[in-house]
Design a protein around this ligand. Structure first.
Ligand SMILES: O=C1O[C@H](COP(=O)(O)O)[C@@H](O)[C@H](O)[C@H]1O
Length: 232
């Protein structure tokens, strides 16, 4: 286990400010070194406050590209779209100058759209400067779902594909997700968890058991530093 820091906050606002500082520092360092930087963020319900805090940070946003760690294969008009969340809550204020590379397109399935998404991702500065993961109540992260049809490939530390479709009983719609090695390659890797109900889920994930049962374990057990940001 390689948790570099467990950062606990009294509320989501304090967490959002600290996580924005953490991600902002990683982005600024990469732009200073390479002239450009990439950030991959999670969707779902949790990141809204963090996105809004990050959007106000004084960063060289025109040199920063934002993408997602995973996406539901829905149109951006759907309120299930992670891209929609990013556009509404992150690509605003100062961050409106950032370039956004979504993980979904108009193709009918993730398999049909995969090639075009991969092509778009090629333009990003790799490895990621920062990746921010979330965690679902079932212990999934990104779209690494229990019983996912491509879970084994997605969480293989030696995975050769960087992006993979995923279908799972509890995933809702078909998904697309960055794979474990791409996420672990980020300069800064954060796990953002909010809500008292998720604390026992995290504690269970930190215990013994297979990663297939709680795929977040693949990240928690990886041989690289991970910073956990938690608030009740
Ligand atoms: O479906 C997803 O869920 C997870 C967790 O979301 P939350 O609503 O419990 O915060 C999220 O990290 C992932 O990006 C998203 O696609």
């Amino acid at each position: 286990m390689s948790v570099a820091g467990f950062h606990e906050f009294g509320d989501g606002a304090a967490l959002a400010a600290a996580l924005a500082d953490y991600v902002g520092a990683a982005l600024a360092a990469r732009v200073a070194r390479d002239g450009m930087a990439s950030l991959a963020v999670s969707g779902g319900r949790t990141p809204t406050r963090f996105f809004e805090a990050l959007s106000t940070r004084d960063l060289p946003w025109s040199k920063i590209a934002v993408t997602l760690v995973d996406e539901r294969w829905v149109r951006e008009s759907s309120d299930r779209s992670n891209a929609r969340l990013v556009r509404q809550h992150l690509l605003i204020n100062r961050a409106a100058d950032a370039r956004f590379v979504p993980l979904a397109n108009d193709a009918p399935t993730p398999e049909d759209g995969l090639f075009a998404v991969n092509e778009a991702l090629e333009d990003l500065a790799w490895p990621l400067a920062a990746a921010v993961l979330g965690m679902g109540d079932d212990g999934h992260t990104a779209s690494f779902f229990p019983n996912g049809d491509h879970l084994e490939e997605a969480i293989d530390p030696q995975a050769t594909l960087g992006l993979i479709p995923m279908r799972a009983p509890n995933a809702g719609e078909p998904r697309i997700t960055l794979t474990l090695p791409v996420l672990l390659g980020a300069d800064a890797l954060a796990l953002h968890i909010e809500g008292a109900a998720k604390r026992p889920v995290l504690d269970k994930a930190l215990g013994e058991g297979p990663a297939s049962e709680m795929p977040i374990r693949a990240v928690l057990r990886a041989d690289r530093p991970l910073d956990i940001f938690w608030a009740p």
